[in-house]
Ligand binder design. Structure first.
Ligand SMILES: [Zn+2]
Length: 72
């Protein structure tokens, strides 16, 4: 089965990145975003990884990992 671009867009709008990420990472609310330990590299400090619920994006300031709910 092929996924059209429209279908992917709909899925990414329906899935909340905070829900997806928090299944793997303990997140703490920090202002408008959430912060936690990065799951993509070892030895991260507890706030290098941030999730922005408004933009539905995650980013790590240490290893530069970034993306949306689908890619996570
Ligand atoms: Zn990282």
């Amino acid at each position: 089965m092929r996924l059209h671009a429209d279908t992917v867009d709909q899925v990414s709008q329906r899935v909340d990145i905070v829900d997806v990420v928090s299944e793997h990472v303990v997140l703490r609310k920090s202002g408008t975003a959430f912060r936690g330990a990065c799951p993509f590299h070892k030895g991260s400090n507890a706030s290098a990884f941030s999730v922005d619920p408004k933009r539905q994006m995650y980013r790590c300031f240490n290893c530069q990992a970034a993306g949306g709910a689908i890619k996570f």
